[in-house]
Write a protein that binds this ligand. Structure first.
Ligand code: KIV
Length: 311
């Protein structure tokens, strides 16, 4: 084969590998940047992974791992700001956290939660706020909680060409209406209503739907009833994908996690041990070492030190 053709072939091969693989060799069946239509097309295909991220380092880590979707969740209220409900964060905080995540330039699809009251007042208000998340934050899609009663807002946002992810089941923004963070859809009527909500969201054009805090059988039924991917959290194994909160997966919380969480690491304990070592090294003078300090030439050092007491 002529050298030029061989070189072109090699470069084409490298390019294809680059767009079909992620950092760390994680095989990705899609092009380098994940899009909402690609996620929509994954119904019944390879399972979808989603994790929250709220800042630059967590987004870098999630993306290096090869996650499909990064969610700037309004769980930032609990996880990062230590608030007791998600009702306390507003648009300004969500925009700020989204901007930090965006700067990591993730290959993952960047979905952002619409906070409480940002889409409840009117369709116009919902579009304005979804638009802020896209224009000011760099979101590529928004997620909003609720079913049929939110359809006018979902329609309006979709009409503004912004992809929408639905969210049914235990919707934390309804904490007071639900009387606490309780598993939803345990009775027939509530389960049927949730199925109708999910169907309506799919028909309206949501590209995916989160199902949170429901019995596994209901997660499975909703997944079969809608033609868009479902992403479960505490919804059993029958959904098209799974989402967890970053700090829960990595064990960065206080050690008390809900039943549905699997922590794959215990980074909080690791971090405490590392900081204890640092404190000890500071106290004993073991830190910093020679190689962790800046130096000048011997001449400059002796000139500076001349005439000064060594005390
Ligand atoms: O805010 C969040 O973290 C979420 C996930 C639980 C889906 O909405």
């Amino acid at each position: 084969m002529p050298a030029l053709a061989k070189s072109l072939g090699n470069r084409l091969g490298a390019f294809v590998r680059q767009i079909t693989k992620r950092d760390g060799g994680y095989p990705c069946p899609m092009a380098a940047h994940v899009t909402a239509p690609q996620i929509r097309a994954r119904k019944g295909g390879p399972k979808i992974s989603m994790v929250t991220a709220y800042d630059y380092p967590s987004a870098m880590i999630a993306d290096r791992a090869g996650i499909d979707i990064i969610l700037v969740g309004d769980s930032v209220a609990n996880v990062v700001h230590g608030m007791s409900t998600t009702l306390e964060v507003g648009m300004d905080e969500m925009v700020l956290h989204t901007r930090a995540v965006r700067r990591a330039e993730p290959s993952a699809l960047l979905v952002v939660d619409m906070p409480w009251l940002s889409f409840h007042i009117s369709p116009e208000d919902a579009v304005r706020n979804a638009g802020r998340l896209v224009r000011e934050g760099g979101a590529e899609a928004v997620k909003l909680e609720g079913g049929i009663k939110r359809l006018p807002m979902v329609d309006a946002i979709l009409s503004a060409e912004i992809p929408v992810m639905g969210h049914v089941g235990l919707t934390p923004q309804s904490v007071h209406e639900m009387g606490g963070f309780k598993v939803q859809g345990k009775l027939i009527d509530a389960a049927e209503e949730m199925i109708e909500d999910a169907r309506a969201l799919a028909v309206a054009g949501c590209f995916a739907i989160v199902i949170e805090g429901v019995p596994d059988v209901l997660g499975e039924i909703i997944t079969k009833e809608v033609d868009v991917p479902t992403i479960g959290i505490g919804a059993g194994a029958g959904t098209d994908g799974q989402v967890l909160v970053f700090h829960d997966v990595l064990g960065l919380g206080n050690g008390h996690y809900p039943k549905f969480v699997r922590s794959y690491a215990n980074l909080a304990d690791g971090a405490v041990s590392a900081l204890k070592e640092f404190i000890s090294d500071v106290e004993t003078g073991a830190f910093p070492a020679e190689e962790e300090s800046y130096h000048v030439s011997d001449e400059v050092a002796s000139e500076l030190l001349r005439g000064r007491s060594s005390e």
